[in-house]
Design a protein around this ligand. Sequence first.
Ligand code: ADP
Ligand code: MG
Length: 702
Amino acid sequence: MSDVHLLQTEITYLKGVGPQRGKVLNEEFGIYTFQDLLDFYPFRYVDKSQINAIKEIKDADSYYQIQGIIVDKSSIGKGKTKKLSAILEDQNGDQVVLRWFQGINWIEDKIVIGSKYIIFGKPILFGNKFSFNHPEFNLLTNENLNQTGLFPVYHSSEKATANGLNSKGIAKLTETLLERISSVIPENLTQSIIAKYNLFNRKDSYRFIHFPPNEAYQQKAAARFKFEEFFFTQLSIIKIRLNRKNKSVGHQFSKVGTLFNSFYHNHLPFELTNAQKKVIKEIRFDMGQTYQMNRLLQGDVGSGKTLVALMAMLIAADNGFQSALMAPTEILANQHFNTISNLLKLLPVNIALLTGSTSTSDRKIIHENLQNGELHIIIGTHALIEDTVKFSNLGFVVIDEQHRFGVAQRAKLWSKNTIPPDILVMTATPIPRTMAMTLYGDLDYSVINEMPIGRIPVKTYHFTEAKRLKVFDFIKKTIALGQQVYIVYPLIEESETLDLKNLIEGYEAISRSFPLPDYRLSIVHGKMDPSAKEYEMKLFSEGKTHILVSTTVIEVGVDVPNATLMVIENANRFGLSQLHQLRGRVGRGKEQSYCFLMSEGKLSKEAKTRLETMVRTNNGFEIANMDLKLRGPGELGGTKQSGLLNLKLADIAVDENILRAARNSAETILSNDPNLLLQENLPIRQHLVQNQKSSFDWSKIS
Ligand code: ADP
Ligand code: MG
């Protein structure tokens, strides 16, 4: 039997498994083969050199590992309400109570008076006594009592335990398996990568991830597997990018013509920042090639991405192609339409706006003009991707505030021309570089890392309710200076009605404190119909109202440079990138702007960190990194379902260096040997062939 086939052997054939346990392993853990068992890593290790004494327990927020003897146990209640408690005594004679409220029937037998255990968990403090609820526990037997090193702890289940497959049972099987097959575990990285990054080989890595003699070995084994995870993901992403570039199926916008030049020289209201110039150059180069451009444009809020997009659309128009700009909300589409129409008013470019509230008769005209090529630029919302919208020659698509669109929605726009249009994806707020490499790694990447000159950084403060009067005074002062104010309330889906009530109550309170005729207010929320919303927004953007009270509908993109104060109510309920987006609505003009984060009551640790971060920095990239650390990758940018971040050990929030190394290696290898034909790359090729089922269909992303 070849090595590979041996690893694909059904788990039932492992000594100690058999049909019954095989079934349990399948059903409970998805383990079907030898390979699957190898890949079932411990989630934690017990390190007997790291034992705490009971008297060392001081903090309900930390984990403790305690070794001792069960000296008493008792249960009360019956069936579902049955509770179990036990007393563990350590070698100093100190005692601590352990409690269980669930699954008592199978725990009760495992807790034996007089036996020695290691328990692990976070204590809870009740009165002035610590105790443990549902701690992990491991029986110390003669067999493992004197064992040195870390011993692995595997996830198990009630059913598995009933079949002898508790953590220890799984460890035993893994040990048996490693003895049997360790000589045939194939390498899947090249020797030069292994040497360059000083990685364990694959065989040793499997041994040491399951049975590390000490922490250093465990970490080195884990690092190797993290590298592997990143490396193979990056390899397929980069491959897709190369494929796209090698197939010349894109439009080629070969010239920069009169529209672009005349706009650049005569109609630009300000000097472009160096970063904008650099990015426009990158886009121009890409558009001039025969492949389809797929580019991610990142820039902090207010860095001037819209202008870059506009100039790229002019290049398309110069070459006889139509462009579409798709925005996530109607307000934003409207605003883009107004800004762009205004900037281009002296140029022979026909622009239209198409959203859900475009009237049927207007819609009909727009459809016609798109099809006969009259229109050069169409700006809109999801309405653009309806099947009835057909183009004469769509060549360029800008997707603003990318994360709100699903992959499938974006793909629909591609298909509106036989040759796919060039694509520019713009993010609303920065996403961390590591995240971009993973999620958009097949796209080319441009970043605007500079703000237009003359911008004064927004000053941010956190206030509690006690400061409410002072805040209202400040609002009055701001308005007296002729400037405008946003007051934003959270709107979170689960509690939409409650939030709306908060908003309306807030609006009423604000109306009382800021009465007519001195103060005029606008209100905007998601439950209003679009025309009313637009009307209120318009009043505010034309300076006819002083205060805009709203839910987060203004979160993205709205541009009113005269607004200099952003008050965010219940700021603790917003996520970091949302707060940053909201704050980006001010600080757009020449005056000093302010952002007040209001909160009431006790804050969670995480909320505190979020607010402190906002007060400390205006840098969107720094905020994005903190967001990633706090929330984890799955929650960011609607990527949860995408599956792209299904990494087992690697974590893009902390393993940035490994990711970079893996991406560099993948890039180097593919640029030297795109089809992995060289002898030295054979291990990689073989691995890809054997793991085809697990590779993603990357072509769907972008
Ligand atoms: P974002 O990157 O958040 O989409 P916008 O494109 O909305 O930013 O630009 C923010 C504001 O900055 C707009 O009012 C825009 O007109 C202005 N702006 C863009 N580029 C420049 C520049 N080079 N100099 C001065 N102001 C600029
Ligand atoms: Mg924008």
